[in-house]
Unconditional design. Structure first.
Length: 129
């Protein structure tokens, strides 16, 4: 299970999954995202309450619990907004990580000036520069 995903990231992943496959089961969503079935159920309820999806039950299906999840126009718009926010967050995380790598590299040079791992140095140069 992936408990490190925040609410917006889960919503984005669910909306993208449903955009591609609206008749996906909740168990399929669980496998596609890596979160618990209960969390999928809760998040679908939230998406429905927010007006991002419309849930329709198959009346004539053999499986009476079969549902189809339709994205609403608000849901399609939400994909764009959530994607934008997700990208901004990941860029901030990348910048923070890049700065941490630079600081650790500087510390390594101070504490062990003789350290010379050509592969590590090549990767560090690519990241830091």
């Amino acid at each position: 299970m992936n408990d490190r995903l925040d609410k917006e990231e889960i919503q984005l992943r669910l909306l993208r999954l449903l955009e591609k496959n609206p008749d996906l089961t909740q168990r399929g969503m669980t496998r596609g995202i890596g979160i618990s079935l209960g969390k999928v159920n809760y998040c679908l309820s939230e998406l429905s309450t927010q007006g991002f999806i419309r849930v329709e039950r198959f009346k004539n299906a053999k499986n009476k619990a079969a549902y189809i999840y339709h994205l609403t126009p608000n849901g399609i718009e939400a994909i764009g907004k959530l994607t934008f926010n997700f990208l901004k967050k990941k860029i901030r995380e990348y910048d923070d990580l890049k700065e941490e790598i630079k600081n650790l590299n500087d510390l390594l040079k101070e504490t062990d000036p003789d350290s010379n791992d050509s592969e590590l140095n090549r990767h560090l140069k690519r990241i830091i520069d």
